[in-house]
Ligand binder design. Structure first.
Ligand SMILES: Nc1ncnc2c1ncn2[C@@H]1O[C@H](COP(=O)(O)OP(=O)(O)OP(=O)(O)O)[C@@H](O)[C@H]1O
Length: 268
């Protein structure tokens, strides 16, 4: 479904050159839920922007259903971390969710139906008439998810979507994502720096190195499809995977700081 091959991204400008992503190759099958986890600043957002056609890669390519991605492809939706900036405060919730549908060739009645269905799916059937700023952070992120769902995407890209909400809301939203994934059969690529979140949510976890990024390791999660916050998180398989992913991330950070030391002469 989603094919990333030899992806490289170097930012250049203002006299600076940053190689954010060095050489990334991975695939995500149709209907899979894959979590990408890596150290802070390792290039996760850069990667997702390249996958979503928002940034042109310096080398390599991304293809979606066999077609090379050269701009935001139809059938793909994003959910970003900063829900506060991704919803328009002057528009009611229903209008925020409806907005992307206006690019599609469909009548108003169908748009309204999709909006109502998406809001009901995220537990906000009654919120269509409210403004985003009248809702809690977790509810606003639900609206952002509803907006992505209403678009009926084949692929959903999520960039640390729950980093800014409290722990209990985060747990509810994780369960929401798994439920929607199972009900709707969407392909989901979920980026996080939270190891537990990656293992709890994913069917597969791809561990990235520190920037400049390469794929370090991949794990099949192998936990039952039916997960819950209490029992799954104390399952032996969960603990084993969390440890293995943690070791990989720690090694990635060590290597990155080793690389810095190599380039910097010791103090005398
Ligand atoms: N527009 C840009 N111009 C120049 N450098 C950039 C730009 N965007 C990101 N970078 C650099 O690319 C590297 C990767 O950044 P990116 O935001 O992709 O990482 P990340 O893993 O998403 O970070 P975090 O975990 O903090 O969210 C960093 O060194 C960053 O400074």
């Amino acid at each position: 479904m989603l094919d990333v091959r030899g992806l490289r991204k170097v930012y250049e400008g203002s006299g600076r050159r940053t190689e954010a992503v060095r050489d990334l190759t991975f695939t995500v099958g149709a209907g899979e839920l894959v979590c990408l986890v890596g150290p802070s600043g390792c290039g996760k957002t850069t990667l997702l922007k390249c996958v979503g056609g928002l940034l042109a890669p310096t080398a390599g390519e991304v293809s979606l259903a066999g077609r090379r991605v050269e701009g935001p492809p139809p059938g793909l939706a994003f959910v970003f971390q900063e829900y506060g900036r991704s919803l328009f405060p002057w528009m009611r919730v229903g209008d925020n969710v409806e907005l992307p549908l206006k690019q599609k060739d469909m009548g108003r009645a169908r748009r309204r139906e999709l909006v109502a269905d998406a809001l009901a799916s995220v537990g906000l059937a009654d919120a269509a008439g409210a403004y985003p700023w009248q809702l809690s952070g977790g509810m606003q992120q639900r609206v952002a998810i509803a907006r992505a769902l209403a678009y009926e995407p084949e692929v959903l890209l999520m960039d640390e979507p729950f980093a800014a909400v409290d722990a209990q809301t985060r747990a509810d939203l994780e369960d929401l994502v798994r439920r929607l994934w199972r009900e709707r059969g969407i392909t989901v690529l979920f980026v996080t720096h939270d190891i537990d979140e990656a293992v709890y949510l994913g069917e597969r976890v791809i561990v990235l190195s520190a920037s400049p990024t390469v794929v370090r390791e991949q794990f099949e999660v192998g936990l039952p499809a039916e997960r819950d916050q209490v029992h799954t998180r104390v399952a032996p398989r969960f603990a084993e995977l969390r440890t293995r992913v943690y070791e990989q991330i720690r090694a990635a950070k060590r290597e990155a700081s080793g690389a810095v030391r190599k380039d910097t002469p010791p103090l005398r």
